[in-house]
Ligand binder design. Structure first.
Ligand code: NAD
Ligand code: TYD
Length: 359
């Protein structure tokens, strides 16, 4: 079985990918993760006796460590999930985003190139560097604009999106200049198990269950396209197996929703599953908007559908129900992530947000 170096594999999407990769025997995995405060190492505890899984705590920006791991484990692919990934955090502290998403990605690319150059001709041919990126690099759409395509010009608006755009450009340049066999994916908003509750869907689920207010930025009419996380993981595996090098693929759920609709759907499911005296929607609170808040994202994923036959399996209602059931049945995981550092973040991000209107 092939060995893959996964970076950032303790985070939300990476951990879902690793759990699936081990379950389906896609690959042996070396997982390099710095363990920033936005992840929970317990997510992968069930793999601790799995001989096909090895965890290393470290930074993708540590060139010596990455070189050493590549030489020691001889992977046939690198999948880069490692990133600072939260727009709100990037607004409060952009420096970490440049450090990991741009400079860290550069060090990872450079070490991968040096490793790849020393492989045999056959191994060089099959090696892949897959960089996992976001639809946010394309900027914001108006209600009538057509969805992002792979040739939509980059126009990132947040420090997060700009840092991801920077790394995408470096990956592209390493293919064009050195021939490193790279792939880039630009995916829409993911949701599902193991997502840290600083992102909209898990934050709303857990706030509702704990009787806290449900903060909606601005007028709640911002639109995101939502994809269930395992659909994303399957797309990544397919791309790794079958696509042409140097390609970029958009991945999305064909599922545009306003934030207010997402929150109302969560409330309606919770009303059924965990009824209380009052409806959960009474906790909805409109708060002051995120700075530079992108209005709408939408992804045209006809290329991956046409070339690789991929399409999402989960629809939003079934995916949301599964996600809520997962958070309800994993109270220990929830307790672990809502610790001291999390409380500090909640205070920092929401402490100075003004309530505009409570329902
Ligand atoms: P996440 O924040 O849950 O996980 C990121 C992981 O990277 C964490 O485990 C963290 O410890 C690790 N990490 C951070 N800095 C590191 C460093 N310097 N060295 C090694 N590890 C480091 O993020 P996620 O939601 O799982 O996103 C994974 C990737 O997918 C990111 O690159 C993100 O930009 C991209 N993406 C995310 C979404 C989404 O909706 N979550 C959508 C599209 C693309
Ligand atoms: P988020 O989950 O942070 O993802 P992204 O910013 O990468 O799209 O936010 C999703 C949407 O939800 C975004 O438009 C901002 C909004 N949002 C709120 O309205 N309230 C919140 O408390 C959070 C975290 C997000």
């Amino acid at each position: 079985m092939q060995t893959v170096l996964v970076t950032g594999g303790v985070g939300f999407i990476g951990s879902n990918f690793i759990l699936k990769a081990r379950k389906e025997q896609w690959a042996n995995i070396i997982n390099l993760d710095k363990l920033t405060c936005a992840c929970n190492p317990q997510t992968l505890a069930k793999l601790q006796d799995d001989a096909g899984y090895h965890f290393v705590q470290g930074d993708i920006g540590n060139a010596e460590l990455v070189r050493d791991l590549l030489e020691r484990y001889q992977p046939s692919a690198v999948i880069n999930f490692a990133a600072e990934s939260h727009v709100d955090r990037s607004i409060l502290n952009p420096q970490d985003f440049i450090q990991t998403n741009v400079l860290g990605a550069f060090q990872l690319l450079e070490a991968s190139k040096q490793y790849w150059e020393r492989l045999s001709a056959q191994q060089r041919e099959s090696f892949r560097f897959l960089h996992v990126s976001t639809d946010e690099v394309y900027g914001s759409l108006s209600p009538t604009d057509s969805a992002f395509r792979e040739d939509t010009p980059y126009a990132p608006n947040s420090p997060y999106a700009a840092s991801k755009a920077g790394s995408d450009h470096l990956v592209r340049a390493y293919f064009h200049t050195y021939g490193l066999p790279t792939l880039i994916t630009n995916c829409s908003n993911n949701y599902g198990p193991y997502q840290f509750p600083e992102k909209l869907i898990p934050l709303i689920i857990l706030n509702a269950l704990q009787g806290r207010s449900l903060p909606i930025y601005g007028d709640g009419q911002n639109i995101r396209d939502w994809l269930y996380v395992t659909d994303h993981c399957e797309a990544l595996y397919l791309i790794l197996q079958s696509s042409r090098i140097g390609e970029t693929y958009n991945i999305g759920g064909n599922n545009e929703q306003t934030n207010l609709t997402v929150v109302e759907k969560i409330c309606a499911i919770l009303d059924e599953l965990v009824p209380t005296n009052d409806r959960y929607s009474s906790l909805i609170t409109f708060v002051s908007d995120r700075l530079g808040h992108d209005r709408r994202y939408a992804v045209d994923c006809s290329k991956i559908n046409r070339e690789l036959g991929w399409q999402p399996n989960e629809n939003f209602d079934s995916g949301l129900l599964k996600t809520i059931q997962w958070y309800l049945s994993h109270p220990i995981w929830v307790q672990q992530v809502q610790s001291g550092a999390y409380q500090t973040w909640i205070q920092q991000n929401y402490g100075d947000k003004v309530t505009v209107l409570s329902r």
